[in-house]
Design a binder for this molecule. Structure first.
Ligand code: 8X3
Length: 257
C-alpha cells in the first residue's frame, strides 16, 4: 500500500460518524487533512485528536454543502491553506424521515436532494481542477446499499443514493485518461448519528434500527476508505458494498432477542 505522505485529503461532514473517523484514519495514514462541517465547534475536538495522535495540523472550516457561498468559502480556504488537493471524500449526507410517499415531508425531500446530490456535485465540481492538477487524485463518494435497492419509506433517500451511484459512474467515464480515481463506498447499516437525524431526534426510533444486530461502526467504513485511497496509483476500487454480518441487502436483517 501507498501511504498518504505528501497528499492532501478533504473530508466533508467530518463533525461526527463516518466523516470524523475517516479524517482521523486518513491522518493516521499520513495524509494532511482538511475537514468541513456545519457544526464547526465539533471540528476543534477532531483537530486536537489528529494533532495528538499524528502531530499533524489539520485544516478545519465551516461547511454547509447546501449553501453555495459556504462551499465557495470552504474551497477557497482549503486551496489557500494547502495549495493542492489529492483526495476528496464526499461524506456529507443524510436521510430524513422514513415515511411513504403519500405522507412524507416535502421539505425533508428537498434537504436530502440538496445535501446528498447537489452538495456532492458542487463540491466535486469545484475541487476537480485541483484534484486533476495534483497528478494523483481520487474522489471518494459515500453511496449506500440504498443506492442499489430501494425500500418502503426510502423513496427519496434511496433516489439520492442511486443518484450518487450514477454520478460516480459518470465521473469515472469523464475522468478516464486523467490521473484521478473514482470510488464509491456503499455501506449498509452503520451505527452513527444517522438514525437520530433520520428520525428528527427521536432516540427510541433511532435505537430500534440497531436493536438486536451488530451494526457496522464508523471505523469499519473509514478502514474501507483508507484501503481504497492507499492502493497504487493504477488501482481503482470502483465500488465497495459493505454490510454488517446481520444484514443481507437493504431490507433484510437478522435480529437477536
Ligand atoms: C444507510 C443505509 O439501510 O439505512 O445508507 O438506507 S439504510
Amino acid at each position: 500500500a501507498i501511504d498518504g505522505r505528501g497528499k492532501v485529503a478533504v473530508v466533508t461532514g467530518a463533525s461526527s460518524g463516518i466523516g470524523r473517523q475517516t479524517a482521523l484514519a486518513l491522518a493516521r495514514a499520513g495524509f494532511d487533512v482538511a475537514v468541513g462541517a456545519r457544526r464547526k465547534e465539533r471540528l476543534a475536538d477532531l483537530v486536537d485528536e489528529i494533532a495528538r495522535e499524528t502531530g499533524k495540523a489539520a485544516y478545519a472550516a465551516a461547511l454547509d454543502v447546501t449553501s453555495v457561498p459556504s462551499i465557495d468559502a470552504f474551497v477557497q480556504g482549503v486551496i489557500g491553506h494547502f495549495g493542492v488537493v489529492h483526495v476528496l471524500v464526499n461524506n456529507a449526507g443524510k436521510a430524513l424521515g422514513r415515511d411513504p410517499v403519500e405522507t412524507a415531508d416535502e421539505a425533508d425531500w428537498q434537504e436530502m436532494l440538496d445535501t446528498n446530490v447537489m452538495g456532492l456535485m458542487r463540491m466535486t465540481k469545484r475541487f476537480l481542477p485541483h484534484i486533476v492538477a495534483s497528478g494523483d487524485g481520487h474522489i471518494v463518494n459515500l453511496g449506500s446499499i440504498a443506492g442499489h435497492e430501494s425500500y418502503a419509506g426510502g423513496s427519496v433517500y434511496c433516489a439520492t443514493k442511486f443518484a450518487v451511484r450514477a454520478i460516480t459512474e459518470a465521473l469515472r467515464h469523464e475522468l478516464l485518461g486523467k490521473p484521478v480515481r473514482v470510488t464509491s463506498i456503499d455501506p449498509g447499516m452503520v451505527e452513527t448519528e444517522f438514525s437520530l437525524v433520520r428520525f428528527h431526534g427521536d432516540a427510541s426510533e433511532a435505537a430500534k434500527v440497531y436493536q438486536g444486530v451488530r451494526p457496522l461502526t464508523a471505523d469499519d467504513i473509514a478502514d474501507c476508505i483508507v484501503f481504497a485511497v492507499t492502493r497504487p496509483a493504477h488501482v481503482n476500487i470502483d465500488e465497495m458494498i459493505v454490510t454488517s454480518i446481520d444484514q443481507a441487502g437493504a431490507r433484510v436483517f437478522h435480529r437477536r432477542g
